[in-house]
Design a protein around this ligand. Sequence first.
Ligand code: G6Q
Length: 543
Amino acid sequence: MSASTIPLTERPAWKALAAHHQTIHGTHLRELFAADPKRGERLTAEAAGIFLDYSKNRITDETVKLLIQLAEESGLKDRAAAMFRGDKINITENRAVLHVALRAPKGSSIIVDGVDVVPQVHDVLDRMSEFANRVRSGEWKGYTGKPIRNVVNIGIGGSDLGPVMAYEALKHYSKRELTFRFVSNVDGTDFHEATRDLDPEETLVIVSSKTFTTQETMTNAHTARTWALHTLKHQAAIARHFVAVSTNAAEVTKFGIDTANMFGFWDWVGGRYSMDSAIGLSTMLAVGPEGFREMLAGFHEMDEHFRTAPLGQNLPVLMALLNIWYTNFFDAATVAVLPYDQYLKRFPAYLQQLTMESNGKSVTLDGQSVSYQTAPIYWGEPGTNGQHSFYQLIHQGTKLIPCDFLAFAKSLNPLGRHHDLLMANVFAQAEALAFGKTAEQVKAEGVASPLIPHKTFEGNRPSNTLLMDKLTPAIVGKLVALYEHSVFVQGVIWNIDSFDQWGVELGKVLAQKIAPELEGEAEPALAHDSSTNNLIRRYRGRK
Ligand code: G6Q
């Protein structure tokens, strides 16, 4: 039996960690820091321009050693090699998982089913670049001869969250003359509000859909076509105003988009791993081909770090192992991601899909029910806003919530004291969470006795701080790759398929079934449960 086929909870490192947890879970971070004056410098790692301080975690050197042993016993190195090699590690869909190929440099080679995919990746990137340059320079004209001023990306899930996050994150570097809108929800309000002030003559619509069959996206795409034709009148206008990003050329043609205006990708790119494929066309239009390539280089730098760095200095591995530690041994149910940078406001939403769609699984690769927890819930808001709302629970609630703080040494918009104040807040939060405030300290401040328990902070609440120089396209690539690989490592340890999404597929099928029951003239024969039947009847009666 190879190490990784031993059930997780029977691996020697797992058992050792369970015993170790018993001895350490009562230890306070105050004690750990007092015992080792260099802890804050020692328990750090740095790579690809990201400095990770993980000293404020409830760990000792022994914990790290055992967690690394667990990664080794889980076959991490072999599984990572298999991913980078292009093996079909997404077993339930029988697919390779090669988002790393999307940022492989020209000249490198990765073979899938006998074909080197790297030249294909660069062909698409070159076509995207040429198109982006034409639109950005004004050379690409709309049907009535006007240059493009607005870009509307229509897509959902993996075909939306990455593009939105990247656009917001890189707004500073974007071409401000272009307006970007993103439509994802099948709620008509989304489309209406995104387009109500746009002139179709100056608007380019990108229909982003891997399958080109997703109900929400196709509904919005058809509505967009009607909206455009209302002004542009002629079918021929579609070719100037609509482009597609998809793997499905047949459906793209059926919709009426010329495949000359289609940018492809491949089945080995999962939706939530696709923001650096052609799905990133809106990002490239915003920041230009140069900026996009800088982002890809950032992704690749983190890929190389993950592939080659020893586990104990490997940022994605360390972050993954800390998640395992809290999820599986401290029963922590969530992780808060707290970017202290306004441009990263959509990063938590992006990470929710990446982490929860990937590792929200409860059977192992061989179909057995897991006997342990898998993906924690990810959530978060940019600092300092969260401090004035939910941080209360993180500080004094009954739940243990490990936090990832993301911060930058330089602001892209230096303005008086703003950045120092922002940074003072992030450092202060991590400090307060870790060390708290004892009843003695509160008393010494002269607080009246009845209030002392209310003003006491237990502390011992763990966090990582990721400190970077400044937000650039490259850093966005590095950060995303960091979390992608962290998700992968966790999936390997939990022995689950991080690359399928049957729960999402289910939703797609269920809605297709009910839609005709809402739309038909005649009362349909309903065969759902009594609650669903009743809701459908009430809706039909009132719509
Ligand atoms: C991502 C998921 C899912 C997917 C959307 C959109 O990993 O599979 O979020 O991206 O359902 O799918 P299409 O791109 O095929 O429209």
